[in-house]
Design a protein around this ligand. Sequence first.
Ligand code: PHE
Length: 344
Amino acid sequence: MQDKINQYTADIKAFVTAKADELEAFRIKYLGTKGLVKDLFEEFKTVGPEEKRTFGKVLNEFKQLAEAKYNELKETQDSGPKTQDLKFDLTLPGEGLAVGSRHPLSLIRIEIIDIFKRLGFVVAEGPEIEDDWHNFSALNFPEEHPARDMQDTFFIKKNAGRDDIALRTHTSSVQVRMMENGKPPFRAIMPGRVYRNEAISARAHCFFHQVEGLYVDENVSFSDLKQTLYHFVQELYGDGTQVRFRPSYFPFTEPSAEMDISCTICKGAGCNMCKHSGWVEILGCGMVDPNVLENCGIDSKKYSGFAFGMGIERIANLKYVIRDLRLFSENDVRFLNQFKTEVI
Ligand code: PHE
């Protein structure tokens, strides 16, 4: 009996596998109802009292050994595959996590906001679904005036009984909300998405993004406007970028202008981007029309102000030379990944 126990003990100690079928065979062989432990206990019943005293303890220890071995191997099996069963190489380096990148329009928006923040402008936001008053009437667009056709509007049919609801065509509507709800001075920029009913092509889209600005205080003059925008251009495109103002028309500003900068691609020599003129238009601006101030409850005798607005897709085009506007909204990672190096 002692020999058998010695032999089995050695066998059990040498047993290392944790494969499910081999482990089950182990259990049946040693611990099963017809297993070796059971056999030994049967045999134990037949021996004399002298041997009983010797073997009682030994037999119990053997049983515990078999059970402990089984439980130990069972546990390693439950906690996952054993290394030798794995079909892949654990020494290979892991796959890196893909790191996202900021959208180029976000990069530009953040940069523009930073420049104006340093001049003391705050950021103001407003709703994308607007009423006629905030998008047009308060901004001096007369009823039925053709100026409303300047911006092809998406009207929203009868909303809660109203038929003057539209998707905002510019963030000037936020200027109106700001002036209505506060007291001068105002010094703010309004970033946001705007909508115009245009066929989608490489050069036009039915939505785009703007940053507009408003400065209202006592004694604000056109030279304040020029200097602010001149400073903005030097910060964004670098010292030495030329600017020029051309007279223009907007219902909400008087006088109005459009501002061009010397082409950032060819530095004024003439290229595709500037249609060989050396200049590219980047924004509209002007002195806030006194009617607009009065519409918003501001005394136009005491206060004056300037406003400006730019499409930031255009600004991004000039910075990154992106020739198709549609790329901005297609979310193609091959496009977006190119902006990874820009850390903000
Ligand atoms: N709101 C004008 C537009 O969307 C831009 C603008 C803003 C022009 C402020 C002048 C003053 O085209």
